[in-house]
Design a protein around this ligand. Structure first.
Ligand SMILES: [Ca+2]
Length: 117
């Protein structure tokens, strides 16, 4: 299972292009551009499993650093600052990692400031 079986390659390219410059990554814009924002809960779960490289059930900071490369192998590595802000966007319990439920909960609460997707 790869991300391109869930998201279109064109949408991924577009999303990656928008955040090519270091420190320009905006997760909301990215998830919208790559099409993840409009995916079903089941599809988001599959994406989550792909991003959770070590199958720990959580996406940790180290995995977020290589987040863009999961979408395309030649994409850049996120800066520490970007990886941290990506986590804090959905990390409601401040344990420094994101669980699948957190990813989904933050997705549905669109009025929440911490909305992830
Ligand atoms: Ca993990």
């Amino acid at each position: 299972m790869s991300l391109t079986s869930i998201l279109s390659a064109e949408a991924i390219d577009k999303a990656l292009k928008e955040c090519q410059a270091p420190e320009s990554f905006d997760h909301k814009k990215f998830f919208q551009s790559c099409g993840l924002s409009s995916k079903t809960a089941q599809e988001v779960k599959e994406v989550f499993r792909i991003l959770d490289d070590d199958n720990s059930g959580y996406i940790e900071e180290a995995e977020f650093k290589f987040f863009l490369q999961r979408f395309k192998p030649d994409a850049r590595i996120l800066t520490d600052k970007e990886a941290k802000s990506l986590i804090s966007a959905a990390d409601n319990d401040s344990d420094g990692k994101i669980g699948c439920e957190q990813m989904l909960i933050s997705r549905v609460s669109t009025h929440c400031l911490r909305c992830f997707l």
